[in-house]
Design a protein around this ligand. Sequence first.
Ligand code: NAD
Length: 359
Amino acid sequence: MPDVQIRIPGMPKEYPVVIESGLLSRIAPQFKPFEGRKVVIITDENVAPLYAEKVMAGLEAAGARPILRILPAGETTKCMEQLERIYDFLLSGGITRTDALLALGGGVIGDLTGYACATYLRGIRFIQVPTTLLAQVDSSVGGKVAINHPRGKNLLGAFYQPELVLIDTDTLNTLDQRQVGAGLGEVIKYGCILDAALFEQIEACGSRQFLAPLYPEIVARCIELKGQVVYEDPYDRGLRMILNFGHTLAHAIENAAGYGEILHGEAVCIGMVAAAAWGARLGVTPPEIESRIRQVLTAYALPTEVPAGLTAEKLFPSLALDKKASGKDIRIVCLEAIGRSRTVPVPAARLKEFMAKLL
Ligand SMILES: NC(=O)c1ccc[n+]([C@@H]2O[C@H](COP(=O)([O-])OP(=O)(O)OC[C@H]3O[C@@H](n4cnc5c(N)ncnc54)[C@H](O)[C@@H]3O)[C@@H](O)[C@H]2O)c1
């Protein structure tokens, strides 16, 4: 079974990412380092009934002292109010720095719990048990933790690495297919930007049904790829930007449609098709790549077109908010080939022209 070690510069040691189908049923040995410690499990109301009991039993069997904290599900939980409630809960429970928090859930629970870990007592031990495909291949590794502010997503955050990531790919069996699709969009993105063999494997499988048995291997590969990028650029100052392939249009779609209407991973799918087309116009991306990406997304029942009603006029203002915007140029990530990518500065006016052609 895949067992990946992630090495981040500046960290005293590597941290293990254990990936197995059925891991939660035999998780106790993983918790040995927490023997005698309190471990506060932060989870949400959807995930708790499915998996909290197994995690608690594993912790107890390892001699740790589990405490369960269940929060509402959904993006609105990643907020200051919930964070303050977590701090209150930890302080009233006498949780010390040698105790740990365990995030059991998707990216919302992981980001919120991670930020609580980074800040509570200037940093306490952090375990990630991601249960969505997006969290397994993306948000649980890399160390970005955050909450939202009413003015925008992820505006309050930190870089804080977990000491252990435990992934049971069987948890994906209970996940809504739309959420699985959003994670698959990110998986396809890794293939596009960094790994032609991964992209070809996804193409060859041809459907979600045939890809599902390969999840442990696929998730491990995505984490290795993310680990390499994060190792090179732990604080998001350069290379990590390639992880934003498809995100220029995706952020604009999410802003214009209203958050929650379209899932982030779905917006990234549409954005990847557009980025391939734009790359071709810029002479960076071979023209056939757009249709290859479109075909693979369609095979996996993922969206490729901007939703009806989102005009260029509605989309364009959001591009100015894009983190990659610098001066009058907007940096977009383009593919030089499947598996090879780089950022390209594009004048804002040119991008507006591209966008008008897309709609
Ligand atoms: N830190 C990072 O690097 C990073 C990267 C990408 C995304 N994110 C963040 O991740 C968040 C999105 O994460 P997400 O897509 O996992 O959404 P999510 O955490 O909201 O989970 C989606 C839904 O699935 C439910 N769920 C989770 N696991 C389940 C399971 N196994 N079975 C049944 N239901 C389950 C949840 O309760 C929720 O309703 C966003 O806030 C985004 O900003 C962070």
